[in-house]
Design a protein. Sequence first.
Length: 188
Amino acid sequence: MAKKLLSSDRLLSLTAILISILTLAVFVYQTNLIREHQYTMALPYLSLSNYYSGTISYQFRLTNQGIGPAFIDSCIVRYGEEEYPSLVDYLNDRLGENDSIIFFQADVYPGQVLQSERNVLMIQMLDKKMKTDLGLEEADIPENTPRGARTLYQLINNDSLDIRVYYSSVYGERWLLTHDNPVPQPLN
């Protein structure tokens, strides 16, 4: 009597091995999908924007429009061949002594974390509402003017000004945001 090539035990064993291999393939595929999902759930997306241009409420903001935190690696401000430690140092250097523009500033510095849907008001002009909110209505502070707001806007939006913000995500992905390009460029 001839032996059967595939006994029921062997057939059952081969089927179990095939099912195990297919299960492993599905597991690897699902793991990759989960990893991609995690990366997209921690993706920061920074932008540099002007708000209230031409008014005495002018603001220049760095905003995280992504869904994950942004870790600031560095912020570089250059005008021509000169490099400045911050945007306010550039403005102080470029504003004339006759320009009495009153503004608040916030630096962007290495190690800073910018949470999702948050911003840094890099420059914010002092308007009447802010003077009242800060209790400065009695102080002898000159009023900002629309002309001053235009001057500030022109200095910040000068084609020769180069603002670069290097930042990374929770997973170490790195990007470069430049003042003249609204889309962050991946560096990895």
